[in-house]
Design a binder for this molecule. Structure first.
Ligand code: TYM
Length: 385
């Protein structure tokens, strides 16, 4: 796999689920067995974009450049390809760590507002929260029979998040990647826009799908599509502003480590000016960035925000110190984020409208996921009335 929309990508046979719509030479026809899902496949090209974000803490620049900008890009590409885009708030994942219920509730609405402010359009994207679509949790249980302990034991996120207190970690934190697999397999996702830190979880989702298809389906009529991660080449891992070796993260105790999408202009400028750097000026060539993680991070952020590659940023700023580069970066950040925070504040005035977006999206998601859930029960031999 690995192709991309626009470059002749087509779903390989092994990952085609049962009931595929396919275009014949001059017409469309329904493959046997009868269609279980509502795929729209044009000339053998199927595009179903699915991704999630946890409504915990404030969304930051890493979430934006690593994932959200691609939600927005792919929602249009999916529509052009006759496919669909589903983006959800991973509230069921959020309870895998200690949390405050009132804060989770508030953060869920804030996350809808943030995504819409960033350009996720509920008219184009099915936007919802997992808790309103019980099929996610149901499919997770069905996949628990396929996922292997050894696979989950290798997940680095569990090791990172449980730290030294593995015995005290929740079971949900350990089985979290199976829920994540259910999230995407439920909708026969083809493209999953994520940052680099989610790559391992997506590989696990593919392993689970492959094993389930091998064990309970036939090659001609697999139950699940193998999802492909869609990771931005340049901004896959935005690092902390305080430590070029640590990922920018909602859970970092230092507010100065990240730029939040709804930070005001003064705060953004302050955080960028205080960002950790080395004393050397920026090099003119990329090779000169070797061993300078903080410089690489800031240059990558500038490049990702302006749509330029590292060479072009260094061609402009090479030889100049951070005293010049940081204000330039701060300005680009403020220019990008000011309209997002303005729209966020406006959207937050109307809580009912935000609830309605989630309710509408969830109704559609329940409909889209139903056939795959039923096919999974059936493949496992479970009796369903
Ligand atoms: P979450 O909520 O931690 O992050 C949401 C998205 O932002 C990306 N991201 C980053 N990208 C670049 N640099 C960073 N510093 C950075 N920090 C976060 C993440 O890679 C992610 O794409 N487990 C997921 C949520 C999830 C999900 C799914 C994602 C649940 N089910 C199914 C995809 C498909 C998570 O905790 O993301």
């Amino acid at each position: 796999m690995g192709g991309r929309p626009g470059d002749g990508w087509s779903a390989p046979k092994a990952s085609e689920p049962a009931g595929f719509l396919k275009a014949g030479p001059n017409s469309w026809h329904l493959c046997q067995p009868p269609c279980l899902t509502q795929f729209i496949v044009r000339k053998n090209i199927l595009m179903r974009v699915v991704s999630g974000i946890q409504p915990t803490g404030k969304p930051h620049l890493g979430n934006y450049l690593g994932a959200i900008v691609n939600y927005v890009k792919l929602q249009d590409e999916a529509a052009e390809a006759g496919g669909e885009c589903l983006i959800f708030l991973a509230d069921l994942h959020a309870i895998s760590m200690p949390h405050n219920p009132a804060e989770l509730h508030a953060a869920t609405l804030e996350m809808v507002a943030t995504l819409v402010a960033c350009g996720v359009d509920p008219a184009k994207t099915i936007l919802f929260n997992q808790a309103q679509v019980p099929a996610h949790a149901e499919l997770q249980w069905l996949l628990n029979g396929t996922a292997r302990m050894g696979w989950l034991n290798r997940m680095t996120q569990f090791k990172d998040k449980s730290g030294k207190n593995r015995e005290g970690a929740s079971i949900a934190l350990f089985t979290y990647p199976v829920l994540q697999a259910a999230d995407v397999l439920l909708y026969q996702a083809t493209h999953v826009p994520v940052g680099d830190d989610q790559k391992q979880h997506l590989e696990l989702a593919r392993d689970i799908a492959q094993k389930f298809n091998n064990d309970f389906a036939t090659e001609d009529a697999p139950v699940f599509t193998l999802p492909d991660p869609y990771i931005p080449p340049a901004a896959a891992r935005i690092m902390s502003l305080r430590d070029g070796a640590a990922k920018m993260s909602k859970s970092d105790p230092s507010e100065m480590s990240r730029v939040n999408l709804i930070d005001d202009a003064d705060t953004i400028m302050k955080k960028v000016k205080k960002a950790k750097t080395d004393p050397e000026p920026l090099p003119s060539e990329e090779a000169g960035l070797a061993g300078r993680p903080e410089a690489i991070n800031l240059v990558s952020i500038y490049g990702a925000l302006t749509g330029r590659d590292t060479a072009s940023v260094l061609a402009e700023f090479g030889g100049q110190g951070f005293g010049t580069f940081k204000p330039a970066l701060g300005e680009v950040l403020v220019e990008t984020l000011a309209p997002i925070s303005a729209q966020f504040r406006e959207l937050m005035q109307d809580r009912e409208a935000l609830d309605a977006i989630l309710a509408r999206g969830a109704a559609k998601a329940r409909e889209r996921g139903g056939p795959t859930l039923e096919a999974t029960y059936k493949a496992l031999g479970l009796v369903r009335g």
